[in-house]
Design a protein around this ligand. Structure first.
Ligand SMILES: [Zn+2]
Ligand SMILES: [Zn+2]
Length: 145
């Protein structure tokens, strides 16, 4: 049987409880793991590894997947070194935003099923294009992707 931590490692460190249950982790197993501190509950029905990337966890708490510059970096796309702490979240076409503190996320709605984790390169690139007011930064990322 898989431990919740084994499965979470396969999914960028965050996953829905329903997914973990499909791999045989009962609600009880998940609750025991949360109490033991081997996994954390991000919000109702969403779990993460304590070691998971904090931006991905915040995006999951917000209700979607990490997008824009931070997602492109995680995909290994070469980006201009400018770094900021903004978290941009892809919500799919009609995702539901969840309250969490402190929330300074920028929300992106665009077609598709966002899920949680890291947005695909093509999605993140489109969002980055919309958010970036710097053509040079965008084309550097585009060429690398
Ligand atoms: Zn953005
Ligand atoms: Zn947020």
């Amino acid at each position: 049987m898989f431990l919740p931590t084994d499965i979470l490692r396969r999914f960028d460190g965050v996953a829905r409880g329903t997914l973990l249950q499909r791999f045989g982790c009962s609600r009880k197993t998940l609750s025991v793991a949360v109490h033991a501190g081997t996994i954390e509950r991000v919000r109702a029905g969403v779990f993460a590894l304590p070691s998971a990337n904090r931006r991905i966890v915040t995006a999951a708490a917000h209700g979607g997947s990490l997008s824009c510059a931070a997602a492109l970096r995680l995909h290994g796309v070469w980006m201009l070194p400018e770094e900021n702490d903004e978290i941009h979240v892809w919500m799919g076409s009609a995702g539901r935003r969840h309250d969490h503190e402190p929330c300074e996320c920028k929300t992106h709605y665009s077609p598709g099923m966002a899920g949680i984790g890291v947005a695909p390169v093509a999605v993140a690139l489109v969002h980055f294009y919309r958010c970036s007011n710097d053509d040079e930064a965008f084309f550097a990322a585009y060429e690398s992707a």
